[in-house]
Design a protein around this ligand. Structure first.
Ligand code: PHE
Length: 445
C-alpha cells in the first residue's frame, strides 16, 4: 500500500480515461483550431501529426515509465533516479509550468461556463464586450478554479477518475453530429480545403515550433503531468499500449474538432488567423443555424467545460503532488495554497483580452497581450524544453534499458519491437528535433 495521501487508479481503464481526460481539453477544441488557423491549415496539421507520433508518444511513454517506477511527482522522480542535484531542477520547472499554464487555462475554461449561459439565455452581449468586462472575466476564472480545487480535494480515484468515464464518449458523439451539420453549411468546402489540402509553402520555422508546442500541450507533456499520473498506475498495466491509446484518442478529438470549426468558419466568412477567440466566435454561428441549436449548444459547452476540468485537475495535481510528497503538506493545504497562487498569477491574463488596454496590447516575443505571452512561454517553449530534458534523462541517464525493464512489467513480449523503436525515437529523434526547433525559434540558428 502507498502512504494514505497517495492513491492509485481504481482500474486500468480508469487510468486511460484519466490520462485521456488530462490530454483532451481546451488544447484540442480551443487551442488546436486557432493555432491551425494561424499557421495556414493543412500543412500545419501534417506537421502536428508527425510531432505527435515521432516525439509526443515517445515522451509520453518516458514520463509514464518514470512515474510508475518511482511512484512520485516530477521532482521526487528525478531525485530518486539520479544523484545529481541538477536533474530535479527539471522537475521544479514542471511544477512551476503547471501553475503558470493553469493560470491562463482556467481563464479560457471560465469562458466555457459563461458560454453555457450565453447560449441558454441567447445573450446579446457581444463576445468582445464580454472579454472586455473585468468582472465577468475574473468571476468565471474564479468559478472554474473553484471547481478544479473541489475535484482535486477529492483525490485521485473519486475525484478525477469518475468524471472522465462518461465524458469522452459523449464528446465524441456530439463532435460527430456537429461535423455532419457543419459540412452541410453553404461554403463549407472552402474550409475543408483549407483544413485538409496542404500548401507546403506555408511551413516556416515558427510553424514547426507551433506544431511541436501544440503536440506537447495537447498530450499534457513536458511538465510531469504524466509522471504524476503514471505514479498512480499499477504494475499490472501495460504502459506502452496505454500511451498509444491516450495519444490516439487525443489526436482524434482534435482532428474532429477541426472538421467542425473550419467548414463553419469559412461558411460564416470569419478570419482563420484571428487567434484565441476563434472557436468562441465560430461555434455560436453553428448553433444559431442548427435545429435544436440551443440544446446542442448548451450540451456542447457543458461537455467542453468538463473536458477542460479534467485537464485543469491534472495541471493542479502536479504542484499538489509535489508539496504532498516532497514537503509533507496535507493535500487540502497544498490545494488551497496553490489555487490561491494560481488565481493571483492569472489576474493579468484574465484582464488581457480587452479589460486592460496595457495588458491587452503590449507586444513581446512576437506575441500580443499577456495571455498570449503566457501561452507562448509556457505552452510553446517550456513544455518542449521539459520534453527535451525528459528524453535526455530517460534515454541517456536513467537509460532506456532500465526504463524498458519497467515498461515490460504488465506488457506482453510482443511489445519488445515497439520498445526498440521507442528507444531510438527517444534517444535520438526527440532531443535533436526539439533542440533544433527551439534553438531556431529562440536564437535563430
Ligand atoms: N492537454 C490539456 C489540453 O489539451 C492541457 C494540459 C497541458 C494539461 C499540460 C496538463 C498539462 O487541454
Amino acid at each position: 500500500m502507498e502512504p494514505t495521501t497517495r492513491g492509485t487508479w481504481g482500474s486500468k481503464l480508469g487510468f486511460i480515461l484519466a490520462a485521456t481526460g488530462s490530454a483532451i481539453g481546451l488544447g484540442n477544441i480551443w487551442r488546436y483550431p486557432y493555432v491551425t488557423g494561424q499557421n495556414g491549415g493543412a500543412a500545419f496539421v501534417l506537421m502536428y501529426l508527425a510531432c505527435v507520433l515521432a516525439i509526443g508518444i515517445p515522451v509520453l511513454i518516458a514520463e509514464l515509465s518514470m512515474g510508475r517506477h518511482t511512484t512520485l511527482n516530477p521532482v521526487g522522480a528525478f531525485k530518486k533516479l539520479s544523484r545529481s542535484r541538477s536533474w530535479p531542477v527539471v522537475g521544479y520547472l514542471g511544477v512551476a509550468t503547471g501553475v503558470f499554464i493553469l493560470s491562463f487555462y482556467a481563464v479560457i475554461a471560465g469562458w466555457t461556463i459563461a458560454f453555457i449561459f450565453r447560449t441558454l439565455l441567447h445573450s446579446t452581449t457581444s463576445f468582445s464586450d464580454f472579454l472586455a468586462d473585468p468582472y465577468s472575466q475574473l468571476f468565471y476564472f474564479a468559478v472554474f478554479l473553484g471547481l478544479t480545487l473541489f475535484v482535486v480535494l477529492g483525490g485521485v480515484e473519486k475525484g478525477i477518475e469518475r468524471w472522465s468515464k462518461i465524458l469522452m464518449p459523449m464528446l465524441l458523439v456530439i463532435l460527430l453530429g456537429l461535423i455532419a451539420f457543419a459540412l452541410t453549411l453553404p461554403g463549407a468546402s472552402v474550409g475543408v480545403q483549407f483544413y485538409l489540402n496542404p500548401d507546403f509553402s506555408k511551413i516556416t520555422g515558427s510553424t514547426i515550433l507551433a506544431a511541436l508546442g501544440q503536440a506537447f500541450f495537447s498530450l499534457s507533456l513536458g511538465m510531469g503531468t504524466m509522471i504524476t499520473y503514471g505514479s498512480y498506475l499499477s504494475k499490472k498495466d501495460n504502459v506502452v499500449t496505454s500511451a498509444v491509446a491516450v495519444g490516439f484518442s487525443d489526436t482524434l478529438i482534435a482532428v474532429l474538432a477541426g472538421l467542425v470549426i473550419f467548414p463553419a468558419l469559412f461558411s460564416a466568412g470569419l478570419e482563420p488567423s484571428q487567434g484565441p477567440g476563434l472557436v468562441f466566435n465560430v461555434l455560436p454561428t453553428i448553433f444559431e443555424q442548427m435545429p435544436a441549436g440551443t440544446f446542442v449548444g448548451v450540451l456542447f459547452f457543458v461537455l467542453l467545460a468538463i473536458a477542460a476540468l479534467t485537464s485543469t485537475v491534472s495541471l493542479l495535481e502536479v504542484p499538489v503532488a509535489f508539496l504532498v510528497d516532497q514537503k509533507g503538506w496535507s493535500r487540502a493545504k497544498a490545494v488551497w495554497i496553490i489555487s490561491a497562487l494560481v488565481f493571483v498569477v492569472g489576474i493579468p491574463s484574465a484582464l488581457s483580452l480587452g479589460a486592460s488596454a496595457g495588458l491587452t496590447s503590449f507586444e513581446i516575443f512576437g506575441q500580443t497581450g499577456f495571455l498570449n505571452m503566457m501561452n507562448f512561454l509556457f505552452g510553446d517553449v517550456s513544455l518542449p524544453l521539459g520534453g527535451f530534458f525528459f528524453s535526455i534523462f530517460v534515454g541517456w541517464v536513467w537509460t532506456t534499458r532500465k526504463a524498458s525493464e519497467e515498461l515490460s512489467l504488465g506488457a506482453e513480449s510482443s511489445s519488445k519491437f515497439l520498445l526498440a523503436i521507442w528507444g531510438v525515437l527517444l534517444r535520438f529523434v526527440c532531443p535533436v528535433v526539439i533542440l533544433v526547433v527551439l534553438g531556431q525559434k529562440l536564437f535563430g540558428f
